[in-house]
Design a protein around this ligand. Structure first.
Ligand code: FES
Ligand code: FES
Length: 164
């Protein structure tokens, strides 16, 4: 049976009607058309469905949409303004970190969560690898992805010092 649901996604409020079994992933993709969040294993193994829930990276395939009412949800579409790329997305391109692209939305969201939590600390490559360990990439070997995230962390820290 469907029930009303309000979801706050990428700064916009949406009124939906979905069943109690609908996952957050399906609500995002099928009800809101936000197909940047990918669908694959459906058992919290691959990370391609990662979104931010109140700023924390979570697997949207194992969350029920109704559990997320009143929470702030950010999908890959919300990382940048429409028609533009976020600095992190630009870093991925500059460092050649994208091949087939299937893992990249989840990887970007996971990396954004890591960067948000860095809070001025120097990035550490092992820490970056650990942060993205839940998002599987079958193409890149991860090194260029780590390069991109590290570069963006350094850029953010430099900007922070300049602003002081
Ligand atoms: S689809 Fe959610 S972790 Fe794989
Ligand atoms: S770029 Fe293909 S799975 Fe990561």
């Amino acid at each position: 049976m469907k029930a009303p649901l309000t979801l706050d996604v990428n700064g916009m409020r949406h009124e939906l009607e979905v069943s109690g079994e609908t996952t957050l992933l399906d609500a995002l993709r099928e009800e809101l058309g936000l197909t940047g969040t990918k669908k694959n294993c459906l058992e919290a193994e691959c990370g391609v469905c990662t979104v931010l829930l109140d700023g924390k990276a979570v697997n949207s395939c194992i969350l029920l949409a109704h559990q997320c009412e009143g929470r702030n949800i950010t999908t890959v579409e919300g990382l940048a303004r429409p028609g533009s790329l976020s600095p992190l997305q630009q870093a991925f391109i500059q460092h050649g970190a994208v091949q087939c692209g299937f893992c990249i939305p989840g990887m970007l969201v996971t990396a954004q969560s890591y960067l948000d939590e860095l809070d001025g600390r120097a990035p550490d490559r092992d820490e970056v690898r650990e942060a993205i360990a839940g998002t599987l990439c079958r193409c890149t070997g991860y090194s260029k992805i780590v390069d991109a995230i590290e570069a963006e962390a350094l850029r953010l820290n430099a900007a922070r010092w300049e602003a002081c």
